[in-house]
Ligand binder design. Structure first.
Ligand code: PGA
Length: 250
């Protein structure tokens, strides 16, 4: 049976009241499907609302969109992995392209954040992806491989096998352009090969999600592409009806 992952990245949207209304609709209408998990990445201020809404549902999980790599300390404005875990998060996005390109997050920092997440018992979803310029220069696989290796440097192989990877081409995020299933499949197959070389056969179990302008119309063809084990969805996850349709697809 497939072990699909459908992840909603709400970015800087959905205040607690909006999140509560969304979750009432979603949880009320979404029946558990054995072959998949649905993850929610709300803003940290709405995490509590989502955690409460899903507490009776093992198939629905919540996480945060970013963490600091230190466990605690004088880092005004930051959230640590233990704080997120204490607030009910089970997951965290690491190295999302907006963190890398808007906030200047480096490969080295993503590695430290992955280690911090694992120390605290959070499952990292490690985000990788090339810019348009990098794709046009033929560097896609080199960039994605470099980002993945840096994110997992120093992580024990057995633990690495428990993570999630998301391939999100930067040029496809929030632009309405998405990779063709063939393009996505090529990169996902390369990521799978890299995971196998890093952790052997256990690398076969790591879900590799596709992200970038996924919506209810294109999700089925992307899920049919080689090694696509789920989707990470921004804009189309903000509407409960559309997110219901996406989470039931594939
Ligand atoms: P999008 O965002 O679906 O709005 O393109 C995806 C993401 O950034 O995770």
């Amino acid at each position: 049976m497939r072990n699909l992952v459908f992840a909603a990245n709400w970015k800087m949207h959905q205040a607690p009241a909006d999140a509560a209304a969304f979750m009432r609709t979603f949880v009320g209408q979404y029946a558990r499907q054995q072959d998949r998990r649905v993850l929610f990445f709300p803003s940290a201020v709405s995490l509590h609302v989502v955690v409460q809404a899903i507490k009776e549902r093992a198939d629905l999980e919540a996480g945060v969109q970013n963490i600091h790599w230190e466990d605690k300390g004088a880092f005004t404005g930051e959230t640590s992995a233990p704080l997120a875990r204490g607030a009910g998060a089970r997951h965290v996005l690491i190295g999302h392209s907006e963190r890398r390109h808007v906030f200047g997050e480096t490969d080295e920092e993503t590695g430290k954040k992955v280690a911090a997440a694992l120390r605290a018992g959070l499952t990292p979803t490690i985000c990788v992806g090339e810019t348009l310029a990098q794709r046009e220069r033929g560097e896609t696989l080199a960039v994605v491989t470099r980002q993945l290796r840096a994110a997992v440097a120093g992580i024990d192989a057995g633990v690495l096998a428990t993570t999630i990877v998301a391939y999100e081409p930067v040029w496809a995020i929030g632009t309405g352009k998405n990779a063709t299933p063939a393009d996505a499949g090529e990169v996902h197959s390369a990521i799978r090969a890299e995971l196998r070389s890093l952790v052997g056969e256990r690398g076969a179990a790591v879900p590799i999600l596709y992200g970038g302008s996924v919506n209810r119309s294109n999700v089925d063809s992307l899920l049919a592409a080689s090694e696509v084990g789920g989707v990470l969805v921004g804009g189309a996850s903000l509407d409960a009806e559309q997110w219901l349709a996406i989470a039931r697809s594939g």
